[in-house]
Design a protein around this ligand. Structure first.
Ligand code: NOJ
Length: 540
C-alpha cells in the first residue's frame, strides 16, 4: 500500500473567526493566524484545516460563500492568504481549505442571476421546483437548520432548495456546468499551493430532492471520482469528506485507494451516541461507553487495510469533548489527557480542534440572547412554538450548541484572553483566566504537553500510524486496545469514568510509552485504574 504524508501527521482545525484577532475589530483574522504559527509548530502539527475564509455575508459564519476566489474582508486579503500559505509551508505546515460546494450563499453572483429569471443560464445551477398542487412546498424535505428545505421565491413563483439556511441555496450537481465551475475553482486553490480540502457535507451532493434522497444519492461517488480526476488526483493532497451518513461499510467507497476518491471521511456515528434513538441532536441521552467502544472498534476494523480513518472528538459544530464525555470539573485535566491518548493511539489521522489542546470547556448560557449560532437560534424558536419548556431547550443548547466550540480562543489571562484588543464578536468563556495557552505552556504537566508528546510519538513510532488495532475485552467503562506492528505490541488502557475501575492483563510490560498519572507500575495484573487514568505500554 502506498504511504502518504497525510497518514503520518496530525491536523489542527482553526475556526478563523475565533482564533486570534490582529487588528482589534473583535474578529479573528489571517494575520492573527500567522502570529500563532510558531505556537502550532511547537505543538507539532503537520497541517491546518482552515474553516472557510472566503467572501461571505456570514449567515452561517462563512459556510455561505458569495465568492470562492476572494477572502472575507474581516479576515484580510488574498495577500494575507498567500502570506499564510508561505509562512505555514516554511514551518512544514500545510493548509487544508474548507470546500463548501453543496451550496453557495444567496448573495453569490450565480444565485443573484439565477433568481432573476427562469431562462437565466444560471437558473439550472440551483434546484427549483413548482409549488405542490395544493400550493404548498414541493415536498416535505426539511432543513438541517429547522423548518422546510424549500423557500418560495416571489420573483419567479418557484421554490428553491436549501438544506441549510434560506441564505444557503443548494447547488445542482446534476448540471455539468456547476461541476466544471467547482473543479476550476478547486484548481485555482491547488495552484496556490494548498495541502488539500476538507469537503463540507459532501455526501449531500448526489441528492435527488424530487425523490426525497438527500445523503448517499446514486451519483455521489461518480461525482467524487470525476472531481478527483479533474482536480486533486494528480497530486498527493489530503482530502477529507464530511459525511454525516457514512457507515463503516460505505466509508470504504470513499477512501479505498483504488477507487480514487478521497483520503478519508469524517464519520458521525460516534458523535451521535448521546442522542436518543430516533431523536434529533438536541434530544440528549447519556453516553454509553460500551457502545462507543463498539462503534469505534468497528470503524478501526472495517477500514483496517482497505481505507483510512479520521480521528476526532471536536470541531466547530460539536460541543467541547472534555465537557461532553470527560469531566470538565474535578477531573478536567485528567480526563482531557485520557481522551487525547485514547484517540491519538487509534489508527487514522487525528484532528485537534483549536483549544482542545488546552482542555477548553463548554460555555453555558442562561438566555437565548447570548447565542450567536443560527442553528441553535432557529431550533430555539421552533421548539418554543411547539410547546417545549424554555429550560429544556436551553439545556440542549448548553450541551450541544455550536457556540460552545466557537467561543474565542483563550491565549492568556489578560482582558479578553489576548484574543482581541477590541470587543469580541462572541463573549469568551469566563474561565479563561484559569484555562489559557500561556498557563498551559508554563505548566509542565498541562494537557498541552500530552498532545505535544502524542504528536512527537507519532513521528518516532511507525506502530502508531500503521499498526493493526485489536479491542481488549474489559469492564464497560474501560476502553483498551492493542496496536501491533512488525512484532512490536503496544497496549492502550483507559478508564472512561470518574470511578476506580479494575483492569488486568497477563502481558509482560517492557516500558511505559505515555501516561496521564505519575504512578509507577511494573505489572499489568489486577490494577485499580484511577478515575480517567490512561496509559500506553509496550508489552512483550
Ligand atoms: C457543515 C459545517 O461544518 C457547518 O458548520 C455548516 O453549518 C454546514 N455544514 C453547512 O455548510
Amino acid at each position: 500500500m502506498v504511504q502518504h504524508w497525510w497518514q503520518e501527521i496530525v491536523v489542527y482545525q482553526i475556526y478563523p473567526r475565533s482564533f486570534n484577532d490582529s487588528n482589534g475589530d473583535g474578529i479573528g483574522d489571517l494575520q492573527g493566524i500567522i502570529e500563532k504559527l510558531d505556537y502550532l509548530k511547537e505543538l507539532g502539527i503537520g497541517a491546518i484545516w482552515l474553516s472557510p475564509v472566503y467572501q461571505s455575508p456570514n449567515d452561517d459564519n462563512g459556510y455561505d460563500i458569495s465568492n470562492y476566489e476572494a477572502i472575507m474582508d474581516e479576515f484580510g486579503s488574498m495577500d494575507d492568504m498567500e502570506e499564510l500559505l508561505a509562512q505555514a509551508n516554511q514551518r512544514g505546515i500545510k493548509i487544508i481549505m474548507d470546500l463548501v460546494v453543496n451550496h453557495t450563499s444567496d448573495e453569490h453572483a450565480w444565485f443573484i442571476e439565477a433568481r432573476k429569471d427562469k431562462n437565466s443560464p444560471y437558473r439550472d445551477y440551483y434546484i427549483w421546483a413548482n409549488p405542490a398542487a395544493d400550493g404548498t412546498t414541493p415536498n416535505d424535505l426539511t432543513s438541517f437548520f429547522s423548518g422546510s428545505a424549500w423557500k418560495f421565491d416571489e420573483e419567479t413563483g418557484q421554490y428553491y432548495l436549501h438544506f441549510f439556511s434560506k441564505k444557503q441555496p443548494d447547488l445542482n450537481w446534476e448540471n455539468e456546468k456547476v461541476r466544471e465551475e467547482v473543479y476550476h475553482m478547486m484548481n485555482f486553490w491547488i495552484d496556490k499551493g494548498i495541502g488539500g480540502f476538507r469537503m463540507d457535507v459532501i455526501d449531500l451532493i448526489g441528492k435527488v430532492p424530487q425523490e426525497k434522497i438527500s445523503t448517499n444519492g446514486p451519483k455521489l461517488h461518480d461525482y467524487l471520482q470525476e472531481m478527483n480526476q479533474k482536480t486533486f488526483g494528480k497530486y498527493d493532497l489530503l482530502t477529507v469528506g464530511e459525511t454525516m451518513a457514512a457507515t463503516p461499510e460505505n466509508a470504504k467507497l470513499y477512501s479505498k485507494p483504488e477507487r480514487k476518491e478521497l483520503s478519508m471521511v469524517f464519520q458521525f456515528q460516534h458523535m451521535n451516541l448521546d442522542i436518543q434513538a430516533n431523536g434529533e441532536k438536541w434530544d440528549l441521552a447519556p453516553l454509553d461507553v460500551a457502545k462507543l467502544k463498539e462503534v469505534l472498534a468497528k470503524w478501526q476494523k472495517e477500514l483496517g487495510d482497505e481505507g483510512w480513518n479520521s480521528l476526532y472528538w471536536n470541531n466547530h459544530d460539536q460541543p467541547r469533548i472534555v465537557s461532553r464525555w470527560g469531566d470538565d470539573d474535578k477531573y478536567r485535566v485528567q480526563s482531557a489527557k485520557m481522551l487525547a491518548i485514547l484517540l491519538h493511539m487509534m489508527k487514522g489521522t487525528p484532528y485537534i480542534y483549536q483549544g482542545e489542546e488546552i482542555g477548553m470547556t463548554n460555555t453555558p448560557i442562561s438566555d437565548i440572547s447570548e447565542a450567536a449560532d443560527i442553528e441553535s437560534i432557529n431550533m430555539y424558536h421552533e421548539r418554543l412554538a411547539k410547546g417545549y419548556d424554555k429550560k429544556d431547550i436551553l439545556a440542549s443548547i448548553n450541551a450541544k450548541g455550536r457556540d460552545n466550540a466557537r467561543r474565542p480562543m483563550a491565549w492568556d489571562s489578560s482582558t479578553n484572553a489576548g484574543f482581541t484588543s477590541g470587543k469580541p464578536w462572541l463573549a469568551l468563556n469566563d474561565n479563561y483566566k484559569d484555562i489559557n495557552v500561556e498557563l498551559a505552556l508554563k505548566g509542565p504537566n498541562s494537557i498541552f504537553y500530552t498532545y505535544q508528546k502524542l504528536i512527537q510519538l507519532r513521528k518516532e513510532n511507525p506502530i502508531m500510524i500503521w499498526g493493526s488495532f485489536q479491542l481488549v475485552d474489559t469492564v464497560d467503562e474501560v476502553f483498551s486496545y492493542y496496536r501491533k506492528y512488525k512484532g512490536q505490541r503496544w497496549l492502550v488502557v483507559t478508564n472512561f469514568s470518574s470511578e476506580v475501575q479494575p483492569f488486568s492483563s497477563e502481558d509482560e510490560m517492557k516500558k511505559v510509552i505515555i501516561q496521564n498519572t505519575v504512578d509507577e507500575f511494573t505489572t499489568l495484573e489486577n490494577i485499580n485504574l484511577q478515575p480517567w487514568q490512561a496509559f500506553v505500554v509496550e508489552v512483550e
